[in-house]
Design a binder for this molecule. Structure first.
Ligand SMILES: [Mn+2]
Length: 248
């Protein structure tokens, strides 16, 4: 990202088309210095109405039309690329999404293939000139050098390192990361702070060392987003937290 302009960061929407539209109102699509990024898991509602198809159709259109509109890959989009089932409770959300596509479009194809092609084009990360690294989840805990980081793209798509940036949570029992894993990774990629979604935090955001977890829609009372000034020097986590905002 350039060292000027504005970047709105929105995390997991999980099919909430109403919230998606509310966040889009914050972004000036015709101003090329105004950027918006959705940090993955735009699809798969787990309760309530499922607007996943409406979101994806709009995201495909805007991605092709506006260079200042960005969507990152999340583990829920990933499930359709790899064909891995993904469960919430007893519900197979990958199957539910396929059923939804059939229902909304009349037939599952060619829409599903178009969506998967779009998911495959989603970048994994965004890095800003003022030292912010934005991804769906993670960091992966097996990154020790910048070479490791770059090499993860040479592996096949189930590379454990990439998996970590889609799935890892803080202090989880398996594959969890620690505060020192965050600092180690930030040091390697020369960033000051990391911003992720993926984990639901009731207060809308949560600080884990030099990582900020954002919950923009899914299951939270407080729905928060980040309003980043790309030219600003973020010297402390407090500076970054100062730019967290809530939608009502
Ligand atoms: Mn996720």
């Amino acid at each position: 990202m350039p060292d000027y302009g504005r970047l709105i960061v929105v995390s997991d929407l999980h099919g909430n088309f109403r919230d998606y539209k509310r966040y889009l109102k914050l972004w000036d699509k015709d101003d090329e210095d105004s950027h918006i990024v959705f940090t993955g898991d735009m699809i798969h509602a787990v309760n309530g109405e499922d607007g996943s198809v409406e979101i994806i159709e709009d995201a495909m259109f805007k991605s092709s039309r506006y260079p200042n509109y960005h969507c990152l890959l999340g583990n829920h989009e990933w499930s359709h690329i790899t064909g891995e089932d993904i469960f919430k409770g007893n519900v197979n959300l990958r199957q539910s999404f396929e059923n939804l596509v059939s229902y909304r479009k009349g037939y599952i194809e060619p829409s599903l293939t178009r969506y998967i092609r779009f998911f495959k084009l989603m970048p994994y990360f965004l890095k800003t000139s003022n030292g912010l690294f934005i991804s769906h989840a993670g960091p992966a805990t097996d990154i020790f050098t910048i070479t490791d980081f770059h090499n993860m793209f040479d592996d096949d798509c189930r590379s454990s390192s990439l998996h970590g940036f889609l799935w890892n949570r803080y202090a989880a029992r398996f594959d969890g990361y620690s505060i020192s894993d965050i600092d180690n990774f930030l040091n390697i990629i020369d960033c000051k702070f990391m911003i992720v979604g993926h984990t639901i935090v009731d207060s809308g955001y949560k600080v884990i060392g030099n990582q900020l977890i954002l919950s923009s829609s899914f299951y939270t009372t407080f729905k928060s987003y980040l309003d980043i000034d790309l030219s600003k020097n973020y010297g402390s986590m407090d500076d970054l937290v100062g730019d967290v905002k809530l939608i009502d």
